[in-house]
Design a protein around this ligand. Sequence first.
Ligand SMILES: O=P(O)(O)OC[C@H]1O[C@H](OP(=O)(O)OP(=O)(O)O)[C@H](O)[C@@H]1O
Ligand SMILES: NC(=O)CC[C@H](N)C(=O)O
Ligand code: SF4
Ligand SMILES: [Mg+2]
Length: 497
Amino acid sequence: MDCNDKKKVLTGLTHECGVFGCMARGPWPTQLDVPQVICLGLIALQHRGQESAGIVTSEGKCSKKLNVKKGMGMISNIFNDESMQKLKGNLGIGHTRYSTSAASEEINCQPFVVHTGHGALAVAHNGELVNSEALRRMVLSRGVGLSTHSDSELITQALCLNPPEGEEESGPDMPARIRHLMQLAPLSYSLVIMMKDRMYGVRDPYGNRPLCLGKIVPVDHQNDNEADGWVISSESCGFLSIGARYVREVLPGEIVEITDKGCKTKDIVPRPEGKALAFCIFEYVYFARADSMFEGQMVYSVRMQCGKMLAREAYVDADIVSSVPESGTAAAHGFSKESGIPFAEVLCKNRYIGRTFIQPSTRLRQLGVAKKFGAIEANVAEKKIILIDDSIVRGNTIGPIIKLLKDAGAKEVHVRIASPALRYPCYMGINIPTTEELIANRLDNIKLADHAGADSLAYLSVEGLIKAVRWKIKKGKNDIGHCTACLTGEYPELPDW
Ligand SMILES: O=P(O)(O)OC[C@H]1O[C@H](OP(=O)(O)OP(=O)(O)O)[C@H](O)[C@@H]1O
Ligand SMILES: NC(=O)CC[C@H](N)C(=O)O
Ligand code: SF4
Ligand SMILES: [Mg+2]
Protein backbone atom coordinates (compact mmCIF):
# COMPACT_ATOMS: atom_id res chain seq x y z
CA MET A 1 0.00 0.00 0.00
CA ASP A 2 1.38 3.39 -0.96
CA CYS A 3 1.53 5.73 2.05
CA ASN A 4 -0.81 8.20 0.29
CA ASP A 5 -3.52 5.58 0.54
CA LYS A 6 -3.75 6.41 4.21
CA LYS A 7 -4.47 10.08 3.57
CA LYS A 8 -7.96 11.37 4.18
CA VAL A 9 -9.46 13.66 1.54
CA LEU A 10 -9.36 16.97 3.38
CA THR A 11 -12.10 19.49 2.77
CA GLY A 12 -13.08 22.87 4.11
CA LEU A 13 -11.70 24.87 6.99
CA THR A 14 -11.26 23.00 10.20
CA HIS A 15 -13.26 24.78 12.82
CA GLU A 16 -12.11 26.43 15.96
CA CYS A 17 -13.25 25.72 19.52
CA GLY A 18 -16.36 26.23 21.60
CA VAL A 19 -16.43 27.54 25.17
CA PHE A 20 -19.37 27.40 27.55
CA GLY A 21 -20.11 28.30 31.18
CA CYS A 22 -23.10 28.00 33.51
CA MET A 23 -23.74 29.64 36.90
CA ALA A 24 -26.74 28.69 39.06
CA ARG A 25 -28.44 31.56 40.80
CA GLY A 26 -28.19 31.31 44.64
CA PRO A 27 -28.99 29.89 47.14
CA TRP A 28 -26.69 26.90 46.69
CA PRO A 29 -26.83 23.85 46.48
CA THR A 30 -28.90 24.54 43.41
CA GLN A 31 -31.79 22.65 41.86
CA LEU A 32 -30.38 23.55 38.43
CA ASP A 33 -28.82 20.63 36.53
CA VAL A 34 -25.54 22.50 35.93
CA PRO A 35 -23.37 19.69 34.40
CA GLN A 36 -26.24 18.62 32.10
CA VAL A 37 -26.75 22.22 30.96
CA ILE A 38 -23.02 22.51 30.16
CA CYS A 39 -23.01 19.17 28.36
CA LEU A 40 -26.00 20.17 26.19
CA GLY A 41 -24.45 23.60 25.64
CA LEU A 42 -21.29 21.91 24.37
CA ILE A 43 -23.26 19.56 22.11
CA ALA A 44 -24.78 22.66 20.49
CA LEU A 45 -21.20 23.87 19.90
CA GLN A 46 -19.93 20.50 18.63
CA HIS A 47 -19.60 21.89 15.07
CA ARG A 48 -16.77 24.14 16.41
CA GLY A 49 -14.54 21.26 17.49
CA GLN A 50 -14.71 17.50 17.54
CA GLU A 51 -11.30 16.38 18.76
CA SER A 52 -11.76 16.50 22.54
CA ALA A 53 -13.92 18.08 25.21
CA GLY A 54 -14.04 18.71 28.94
CA ILE A 55 -16.16 20.02 31.80
CA VAL A 56 -14.98 21.44 35.13
CA THR A 57 -17.46 22.28 37.91
CA SER A 58 -17.35 23.68 41.43
CA GLU A 59 -19.65 23.41 44.40
CA GLY A 60 -18.68 26.94 45.32
CA LYS A 61 -17.40 26.12 48.80
CA CYS A 62 -13.87 24.81 48.59
CA SER A 63 -11.21 26.66 46.64
CA LYS A 64 -9.09 23.49 46.49
CA LYS A 65 -11.60 21.19 44.84
CA LEU A 66 -12.87 21.37 41.29
CA ASN A 67 -14.57 18.39 39.60
CA VAL A 68 -12.93 17.60 36.27
CA LYS A 69 -13.80 15.30 33.36
CA LYS A 70 -11.97 15.59 30.03
CA GLY A 71 -11.44 13.21 27.15
CA MET A 72 -10.71 12.72 23.47
CA GLY A 73 -13.50 12.48 20.90
CA MET A 74 -17.09 13.64 20.62
CA ILE A 75 -19.02 14.96 23.61
CA SER A 76 -21.58 12.15 23.61
CA ASN A 77 -18.77 9.59 23.92
CA ILE A 78 -16.98 11.36 26.78
CA PHE A 79 -19.80 12.07 29.24
CA ASN A 80 -22.21 9.53 30.75
CA ASP A 81 -24.47 9.29 33.79
CA GLU A 82 -21.57 8.41 36.06
CA SER A 83 -19.44 11.39 35.00
CA MET A 84 -22.46 13.72 35.24
CA GLN A 85 -22.96 12.54 38.81
CA LYS A 86 -19.33 13.28 39.67
CA LEU A 87 -19.58 16.71 38.04
CA LYS A 88 -22.48 17.85 40.25
CA GLY A 89 -21.92 21.50 41.12
CA ASN A 90 -23.32 25.02 41.25
CA LEU A 91 -21.16 26.48 38.51
CA GLY A 92 -19.00 25.09 35.76
CA ILE A 93 -17.29 25.63 32.44
CA GLY A 94 -16.77 23.45 29.37
CA HIS A 95 -14.79 23.30 26.15
CA THR A 96 -14.91 21.47 22.85
CA ARG A 97 -11.66 21.55 20.89
CA TYR A 98 -10.22 21.72 17.44
CA SER A 99 -6.49 22.03 18.08
CA THR A 100 -4.44 24.87 16.63
CA SER A 101 -1.44 25.42 18.84
CA ALA A 102 -0.62 22.00 20.28
CA ALA A 103 -1.27 18.39 19.29
CA SER A 104 -4.69 16.79 19.53
CA GLU A 105 -3.82 14.80 22.63
CA GLU A 106 -5.29 14.22 26.06
CA ILE A 107 -2.71 16.45 27.74
CA ASN A 108 -3.87 19.48 25.72
CA CYS A 109 -7.61 18.96 26.36
CA GLN A 110 -9.40 21.89 27.93
CA PRO A 111 -10.43 23.40 30.33
CA PHE A 112 -6.96 23.72 31.85
CA VAL A 113 -6.94 23.57 35.66
CA VAL A 114 -4.16 24.92 37.93
CA HIS A 115 -3.94 25.23 41.69
CA THR A 116 -2.67 28.62 42.81
CA GLY A 117 -1.95 30.26 46.15
CA HIS A 118 -5.48 31.68 45.90
CA GLY A 119 -7.24 28.41 45.02
CA ALA A 120 -7.99 26.47 41.87
CA LEU A 121 -8.46 28.17 38.51
CA ALA A 122 -9.96 26.67 35.33
CA VAL A 123 -9.71 28.18 31.84
CA ALA A 124 -11.44 27.40 28.52
CA HIS A 125 -10.09 29.18 25.42
CA ASN A 126 -11.22 29.70 21.83
CA GLY A 127 -8.66 31.39 19.61
CA GLU A 128 -4.92 31.49 19.16
CA LEU A 129 -2.39 33.93 20.59
CA VAL A 130 -0.51 35.78 17.86
CA ASN A 131 2.32 36.59 20.28
CA SER A 132 2.51 33.24 22.06
CA GLU A 133 6.30 33.02 21.67
CA ALA A 134 6.95 36.33 23.43
CA LEU A 135 4.39 35.55 26.14
CA ARG A 136 5.89 32.10 26.62
CA ARG A 137 9.35 33.58 27.13
CA MET A 138 7.94 36.10 29.59
CA VAL A 139 6.04 33.49 31.63
CA LEU A 140 9.05 31.12 31.70
CA SER A 141 11.33 33.98 32.77
CA ARG A 142 9.09 34.50 35.82
CA GLY A 143 10.04 31.00 37.00
CA VAL A 144 6.84 29.29 35.86
CA GLY A 145 7.11 25.81 34.31
CA LEU A 146 4.75 24.84 31.49
CA SER A 147 3.74 21.25 30.89
CA THR A 148 2.44 21.61 27.31
CA HIS A 149 2.92 23.69 24.16
CA SER A 150 -0.67 24.87 24.28
CA ASP A 151 -1.26 28.62 24.16
CA SER A 152 -4.32 27.98 26.33
CA GLU A 153 -2.11 26.61 29.13
CA LEU A 154 0.05 29.69 28.65
CA ILE A 155 -2.99 31.90 29.22
CA THR A 156 -3.86 29.89 32.34
CA GLN A 157 -0.36 30.32 33.77
CA ALA A 158 -0.20 34.00 32.80
CA LEU A 159 -3.38 34.51 34.85
CA CYS A 160 -1.58 33.11 37.90
CA LEU A 161 1.01 35.91 37.78
CA ASN A 162 0.48 38.75 40.23
CA PRO A 163 -0.71 41.89 38.42
CA PRO A 164 1.86 44.71 38.07
CA GLU A 165 -0.06 46.64 40.75
CA GLY A 166 1.58 44.28 43.27
CA GLU A 167 0.77 41.55 45.77
CA GLU A 168 -2.88 40.94 46.64
CA GLU A 169 -3.39 40.25 50.30
CA SER A 170 -7.12 39.62 50.49
CA GLY A 171 -7.48 37.13 47.61
CA PRO A 172 -6.69 37.61 43.94
CA ASP A 173 -7.82 40.68 42.03
CA MET A 174 -8.94 38.63 39.02
CA PRO A 175 -10.08 41.54 36.84
CA ALA A 176 -6.61 43.13 37.33
CA ARG A 177 -4.91 39.85 36.38
CA ILE A 178 -7.12 39.44 33.33
CA ARG A 179 -6.52 43.06 32.29
CA HIS A 180 -2.78 42.48 32.63
CA LEU A 181 -3.03 39.38 30.40
CA MET A 182 -5.05 41.33 27.82
CA GLN A 183 -2.41 44.03 27.69
CA LEU A 184 0.28 41.40 27.19
CA ALA A 185 -1.72 39.42 24.60
CA PRO A 186 -4.25 41.47 22.65
CA LEU A 187 -5.33 38.76 20.13
CA SER A 188 -7.09 36.27 19.77
CA TYR A 189 -9.33 34.76 22.42
CA SER A 190 -12.67 34.30 23.96
CA LEU A 191 -12.16 32.94 27.46
CA VAL A 192 -14.29 31.50 30.19
CA ILE A 193 -12.37 31.51 33.48
CA MET A 194 -13.67 29.86 36.64
CA MET A 195 -12.68 30.06 40.31
CA LYS A 196 -14.35 28.57 43.39
CA ASP A 197 -17.54 30.64 43.28
CA ARG A 198 -17.34 32.94 40.26
CA MET A 199 -16.48 33.00 36.61
CA TYR A 200 -15.29 35.55 34.08
CA GLY A 201 -16.14 35.88 30.40
CA VAL A 202 -13.50 37.69 28.35
CA ARG A 203 -13.30 38.73 24.70
CA ASP A 204 -10.10 40.04 23.21
CA PRO A 205 -10.01 43.80 22.51
CA TYR A 206 -10.31 43.17 18.75
CA GLY A 207 -13.49 41.13 19.29
CA ASN A 208 -12.00 38.49 17.01
CA ARG A 209 -13.75 35.45 18.45
CA PRO A 210 -17.40 35.42 19.51
CA LEU A 211 -18.88 35.13 23.04
CA CYS A 212 -22.37 35.84 24.33
CA LEU A 213 -24.46 35.79 27.48
CA GLY A 214 -27.78 34.09 28.17
CA LYS A 215 -30.17 33.76 31.05
CA ILE A 216 -31.76 30.48 32.14
CA VAL A 217 -35.46 31.10 32.70
CA PRO A 218 -37.88 28.90 34.69
CA VAL A 219 -39.40 26.27 32.40
CA ASP A 220 -42.97 26.67 33.74
CA HIS A 221 -43.37 30.44 33.75
CA GLN A 222 -41.18 32.21 31.27
CA ASN A 223 -41.09 35.50 33.15
CA ASP A 224 -38.39 37.71 31.71
CA ASN A 225 -37.42 39.13 35.07
CA GLU A 226 -36.64 35.83 36.71
CA ALA A 227 -33.51 33.79 36.19
CA ASP A 228 -32.52 30.34 37.42
CA GLY A 229 -28.98 31.01 36.29
CA TRP A 230 -26.71 32.46 33.66
CA VAL A 231 -24.87 30.95 30.72
CA ILE A 232 -21.98 32.15 28.60
CA SER A 233 -21.22 30.60 25.24
CA SER A 234 -19.25 30.98 22.01
CA GLU A 235 -22.57 30.95 20.14
CA SER A 236 -26.20 31.42 21.08
CA CYS A 237 -27.48 28.48 18.97
CA GLY A 238 -27.89 26.11 21.93
CA PHE A 239 -29.75 28.50 24.22
CA LEU A 240 -33.29 27.40 23.44
CA SER A 241 -32.39 23.74 23.90
CA ILE A 242 -31.29 24.42 27.50
CA GLY A 243 -34.16 26.78 28.35
CA ALA A 244 -32.01 29.91 28.11
CA ARG A 245 -32.70 33.28 26.52
CA TYR A 246 -30.14 35.27 24.59
CA VAL A 247 -29.17 38.40 26.53
CA ARG A 248 -26.29 40.06 24.67
CA GLU A 249 -22.80 39.71 23.26
CA VAL A 250 -19.77 40.14 25.48
CA LEU A 251 -18.20 43.30 24.06
CA PRO A 252 -14.74 43.38 22.49
CA GLY A 253 -12.25 43.86 25.34
CA GLU A 254 -14.92 43.30 28.01
CA ILE A 255 -14.34 41.41 31.26
CA VAL A 256 -17.69 40.16 32.61
CA GLU A 257 -17.91 38.74 36.11
CA ILE A 258 -20.65 36.18 36.77
CA THR A 259 -21.60 35.22 40.32
CA ASP A 260 -24.71 33.67 41.87
CA LYS A 261 -26.11 37.21 42.03
CA GLY A 262 -25.76 38.05 38.32
CA CYS A 263 -23.45 39.45 35.62
CA LYS A 264 -21.40 42.62 35.96
CA THR A 265 -18.97 44.36 33.57
CA LYS A 266 -15.67 44.75 35.44
CA ASP A 267 -13.72 46.50 32.69
CA ILE A 268 -13.45 47.13 28.95
CA VAL A 269 -9.84 46.93 27.82
CA PRO A 270 -9.06 49.11 24.76
CA ARG A 271 -7.30 47.97 21.60
CA PRO A 272 -3.79 49.15 20.84
CA GLU A 273 -3.84 52.73 19.49
CA GLY A 274 -5.13 53.09 15.92
CA LYS A 275 -6.26 49.46 15.55
CA ALA A 276 -9.73 48.59 14.25
CA LEU A 277 -12.16 45.94 15.50
CA ALA A 278 -11.64 42.56 13.83
CA PHE A 279 -14.53 40.13 14.34
CA CYS A 280 -13.87 37.03 12.19
CA ILE A 281 -15.98 37.42 9.03
CA PHE A 282 -15.80 33.67 8.45
CA GLU A 283 -18.03 33.08 11.48
CA TYR A 284 -20.80 34.44 9.22
CA VAL A 285 -19.65 32.62 6.10
CA TYR A 286 -19.13 29.14 7.46
CA PHE A 287 -18.12 28.43 11.09
CA ALA A 288 -21.17 29.41 13.09
CA ARG A 289 -24.47 27.56 13.18
CA ALA A 290 -27.06 29.38 11.07
CA ASP A 291 -29.33 29.99 14.08
CA SER A 292 -26.66 31.86 16.09
CA MET A 293 -26.72 35.64 16.58
CA PHE A 294 -23.79 37.99 16.10
CA GLU A 295 -23.85 41.79 16.19
CA GLY A 296 -27.63 41.82 16.56
CA GLN A 297 -28.33 39.69 13.47
CA MET A 298 -28.92 36.07 12.74
CA VAL A 299 -26.18 34.23 10.84
CA TYR A 300 -28.84 32.71 8.54
CA SER A 301 -30.02 36.18 7.44
CA VAL A 302 -26.46 37.26 6.65
CA ARG A 303 -25.87 34.13 4.57
CA MET A 304 -29.09 34.84 2.68
CA GLN A 305 -27.91 38.40 2.08
CA CYS A 306 -24.59 37.05 0.75
CA GLY A 307 -26.60 34.98 -1.74
CA LYS A 308 -28.57 38.07 -2.81
CA MET A 309 -25.33 40.03 -3.32
CA LEU A 310 -23.92 37.16 -5.33
CA ALA A 311 -26.99 37.18 -7.59
CA ARG A 312 -26.43 40.89 -8.23
CA GLU A 313 -22.71 40.41 -8.92
CA ALA A 314 -22.68 37.13 -10.86
CA TYR A 315 -26.13 36.40 -12.35
CA VAL A 316 -26.42 33.69 -14.96
CA ASP A 317 -29.52 32.30 -16.64
CA ALA A 318 -30.61 28.87 -15.32
CA ASP A 319 -33.61 26.64 -14.53
CA ILE A 320 -32.93 26.21 -10.82
CA VAL A 321 -30.73 27.50 -8.00
CA SER A 322 -29.43 24.92 -5.58
CA SER A 323 -26.80 24.43 -2.88
CA VAL A 324 -24.08 22.20 -1.54
CA PRO A 325 -25.57 21.27 1.83
CA GLU A 326 -25.28 22.26 4.68
CA SER A 327 -23.70 25.67 4.90
CA GLY A 328 -24.34 26.75 1.27
CA THR A 329 -28.12 26.49 1.61
CA ALA A 330 -29.05 29.88 3.13
CA ALA A 331 -27.05 31.72 0.44
CA ALA A 332 -28.77 29.67 -2.28
CA HIS A 333 -32.18 30.80 -0.97
CA GLY A 334 -30.92 34.39 -1.09
CA PHE A 335 -29.67 33.96 -4.67
CA SER A 336 -33.01 32.44 -5.68
CA LYS A 337 -35.02 35.26 -4.08
CA GLU A 338 -32.94 37.98 -5.73
CA SER A 339 -32.75 36.36 -9.19
CA GLY A 340 -36.30 35.00 -9.33
CA ILE A 341 -34.92 31.57 -10.33
CA PRO A 342 -36.63 28.85 -8.25
CA PHE A 343 -34.73 26.98 -5.54
CA ALA A 344 -34.66 23.17 -5.68
CA GLU A 345 -32.54 20.67 -3.78
CA VAL A 346 -30.17 18.63 -5.92
CA LEU A 347 -28.05 16.90 -3.29
CA CYS A 348 -28.65 14.80 -0.20
CA LYS A 349 -25.82 14.81 2.33
CA ASN A 350 -25.19 11.79 4.49
CA ARG A 351 -25.14 13.42 7.90
CA TYR A 352 -23.60 10.34 9.54
CA ILE A 353 -20.38 10.29 7.55
CA GLY A 354 -18.85 12.95 9.86
CA ARG A 355 -15.29 12.52 10.87
CA THR A 356 -14.52 8.94 10.21
CA PHE A 357 -11.48 7.09 11.47
CA ILE A 358 -11.87 4.43 8.77
CA GLN A 359 -9.02 4.86 6.30
CA PRO A 360 -10.51 4.63 2.83
CA SER A 361 -9.13 2.21 0.28
CA THR A 362 -7.63 3.67 -2.90
CA ARG A 363 -10.84 3.04 -4.87
CA LEU A 364 -13.03 4.77 -2.28
CA ARG A 365 -10.55 7.61 -1.86
CA GLN A 366 -10.69 8.25 -5.61
CA LEU A 367 -14.44 8.74 -5.29
CA GLY A 368 -13.51 11.67 -3.05
CA VAL A 369 -16.16 13.65 -1.24
CA ALA A 370 -18.84 12.31 -3.58
CA LYS A 371 -19.20 9.57 -0.94
CA LYS A 372 -20.85 12.18 1.27
CA PHE A 373 -23.56 13.10 -1.25
CA GLY A 374 -26.29 11.64 -3.41
CA ALA A 375 -27.86 13.44 -6.41
CA ILE A 376 -31.64 14.01 -6.45
CA GLU A 377 -32.06 12.92 -10.05
CA ALA A 378 -35.66 14.10 -10.39
CA ASN A 379 -34.54 17.72 -9.86
CA VAL A 380 -31.31 17.45 -11.82
CA ALA A 381 -31.99 15.74 -15.16
CA GLU A 382 -31.98 18.10 -18.16
CA LYS A 383 -31.58 21.17 -15.90
CA LYS A 384 -29.32 24.20 -16.08
CA ILE A 385 -28.26 24.51 -12.44
CA ILE A 386 -26.72 27.35 -10.43
CA LEU A 387 -24.92 25.57 -7.62
CA ILE A 388 -24.10 27.67 -4.55
CA ASP A 389 -21.52 26.77 -1.91
CA ASP A 390 -20.30 28.96 0.93
CA SER A 391 -16.59 28.54 0.24
CA ILE A 392 -13.93 26.78 -1.78
CA VAL A 393 -10.80 25.95 0.17
CA ARG A 394 -8.65 23.16 -1.29
CA GLY A 395 -11.15 22.56 -4.08
CA ASN A 396 -11.72 18.91 -3.21
CA THR A 397 -15.51 19.15 -2.77
CA ILE A 398 -16.75 20.93 -5.85
CA GLY A 399 -15.35 18.72 -8.67
CA PRO A 400 -16.78 15.36 -7.48
CA ILE A 401 -20.15 17.04 -6.82
CA ILE A 402 -20.33 18.44 -10.34
CA LYS A 403 -19.48 15.02 -11.71
CA LEU A 404 -22.29 13.54 -9.60
CA LEU A 405 -24.76 16.10 -10.98
CA LYS A 406 -23.63 15.68 -14.57
CA ASP A 407 -23.84 11.86 -14.20
CA ALA A 408 -27.42 12.39 -13.00
CA GLY A 409 -28.22 14.28 -16.22
CA ALA A 410 -27.55 17.97 -15.42
CA LYS A 411 -27.25 20.01 -18.65
CA GLU A 412 -25.13 22.83 -17.19
CA VAL A 413 -23.69 23.50 -13.71
CA HIS A 414 -22.72 27.10 -12.90
CA VAL A 415 -20.86 27.38 -9.59
CA ARG A 416 -21.36 30.50 -7.49
CA ILE A 417 -19.46 30.86 -4.21
CA ALA A 418 -21.00 33.01 -1.48
CA SER A 419 -17.63 34.26 -0.20
CA PRO A 420 -14.47 35.60 -1.87
CA ALA A 421 -11.50 33.44 -2.84
CA LEU A 422 -9.48 32.24 0.17
CA ARG A 423 -5.82 33.11 -0.36
CA TYR A 424 -4.06 33.57 3.00
CA PRO A 425 -3.58 31.54 6.18
CA CYS A 426 -5.26 32.38 9.49
CA TYR A 427 -3.23 32.89 12.67
CA MET A 428 -6.22 33.39 14.94
CA GLY A 429 -7.55 29.98 15.75
CA ILE A 430 -8.58 28.51 12.39
CA ASN A 431 -6.62 25.85 10.63
CA ILE A 432 -6.52 27.25 7.10
CA PRO A 433 -4.31 25.24 4.76
CA THR A 434 -1.03 26.69 3.52
CA THR A 435 -1.02 29.31 0.76
CA GLU A 436 0.03 26.62 -1.76
CA GLU A 437 -2.84 24.32 -0.76
CA LEU A 438 -5.49 27.00 -1.27
CA ILE A 439 -6.77 26.34 -4.76
CA ALA A 440 -7.55 30.02 -5.51
CA ASN A 441 -3.78 30.67 -5.44
CA ARG A 442 -3.24 28.10 -8.17
CA LEU A 443 -6.25 28.44 -10.47
CA ASP A 444 -8.20 31.52 -11.57
CA ASN A 445 -12.00 31.32 -12.03
CA ILE A 446 -11.81 30.04 -15.61
CA LYS A 447 -9.17 27.41 -14.90
CA LEU A 448 -10.92 26.31 -11.71
CA ALA A 449 -14.26 25.95 -13.55
CA ASP A 450 -12.47 23.85 -16.13
CA HIS A 451 -10.68 21.77 -13.48
CA ALA A 452 -13.94 21.14 -11.59
CA GLY A 453 -16.00 20.42 -14.72
CA ALA A 454 -18.26 23.46 -14.19
CA ASP A 455 -19.72 25.56 -17.01
CA SER A 456 -18.74 28.74 -15.14
CA LEU A 457 -17.54 29.77 -11.70
CA ALA A 458 -17.60 33.04 -9.76
CA TYR A 459 -16.94 34.17 -6.17
CA LEU A 460 -18.62 36.94 -4.18
CA SER A 461 -16.38 40.04 -4.01
CA VAL A 462 -14.80 41.18 -0.72
CA GLU A 463 -16.88 44.40 -0.91
CA GLY A 464 -20.02 42.34 -1.55
CA LEU A 465 -19.35 40.15 1.50
CA ILE A 466 -18.66 43.14 3.76
CA LYS A 467 -21.84 44.87 2.53
CA ALA A 468 -23.89 41.72 3.16
CA VAL A 469 -22.45 41.32 6.65
CA ARG A 470 -23.01 44.95 7.62
CA TRP A 471 -26.35 45.63 5.94
CA LYS A 472 -28.36 45.38 9.17
CA ILE A 473 -25.85 46.11 11.92
CA LYS A 474 -27.16 48.97 13.98
CA LYS A 475 -23.94 50.44 15.37
CA GLY A 476 -21.80 53.50 14.84
CA LYS A 477 -19.16 53.22 12.11
CA ASN A 478 -16.37 53.04 14.71
CA ASP A 479 -18.03 50.13 16.47
CA ILE A 480 -17.93 47.88 13.40
CA GLY A 481 -14.88 46.05 12.11
CA HIS A 482 -14.29 42.63 10.60
CA CYS A 483 -11.21 40.53 10.06
CA THR A 484 -10.91 39.60 6.38
CA ALA A 485 -7.25 38.55 6.54
CA CYS A 486 -7.68 35.15 4.87
CA LEU A 487 -9.29 36.95 1.90
CA THR A 488 -7.24 40.14 1.73
CA GLY A 489 -3.98 39.44 3.58
CA GLU A 490 -4.67 42.42 5.87
CA TYR A 491 -4.06 41.02 9.34
CA PRO A 492 -5.14 42.81 12.54
CA GLU A 493 -1.76 41.76 14.05
CA LEU A 494 0.96 39.55 12.63
CA PRO A 495 2.18 36.56 14.63
CA ASP A 496 5.58 36.61 16.32
CA TRP A 497 6.54 33.16 15.06
O1 LIG B 1 -12.76 23.26 -1.20
P1 LIG B 1 -12.79 22.22 -0.16
O2 LIG B 1 -11.49 22.14 0.59
O3 LIG B 1 -13.19 20.89 -0.67
O4 LIG B 1 -13.80 22.65 0.98
C1 LIG B 1 -14.96 23.41 0.81
C2 LIG B 1 -16.15 22.73 1.40
O5 LIG B 1 -15.91 22.41 2.79
C3 LIG B 1 -16.96 22.93 3.59
O6 LIG B 1 -18.01 21.99 3.72
P2 LIG B 1 -18.01 20.78 4.74
O7 LIG B 1 -18.28 19.54 3.99
O8 LIG B 1 -16.77 20.82 5.56
O9 LIG B 1 -19.18 21.07 5.77
P3 LIG B 1 -20.67 21.67 5.69
O10 LIG B 1 -21.59 20.51 5.67
O11 LIG B 1 -20.81 22.45 6.95
O12 LIG B 1 -20.83 22.52 4.51
C4 LIG B 1 -17.49 24.11 2.80
O13 LIG B 1 -18.83 24.37 3.13
C5 LIG B 1 -17.36 23.65 1.37
O14 LIG B 1 -18.48 22.91 0.98
N1 LIG C 1 -9.36 26.31 17.83
C1 LIG C 1 -9.14 26.90 18.98
O1 LIG C 1 -9.78 27.88 19.37
C2 LIG C 1 -8.00 26.27 19.72
C3 LIG C 1 -7.68 26.85 21.08
C4 LIG C 1 -6.22 26.60 21.45
N2 LIG C 1 -5.34 27.43 20.65
C5 LIG C 1 -5.87 25.13 21.30
O2 LIG C 1 -5.15 24.75 20.42
O3 LIG C 1 -6.34 24.34 22.07
S1 SF4 D 1 -8.13 35.22 8.90
FE1 SF4 D 1 -10.16 34.55 8.16
S2 SF4 D 1 -10.70 32.80 9.45
FE2 SF4 D 1 -9.01 33.87 10.47
S3 SF4 D 1 -9.99 35.30 11.92
FE3 SF4 D 1 -9.65 36.42 10.02
S4 SF4 D 1 -11.55 36.16 8.83
FE4 SF4 D 1 -11.53 34.62 10.45
MG1 LIG E 1 -19.93 22.54 2.60
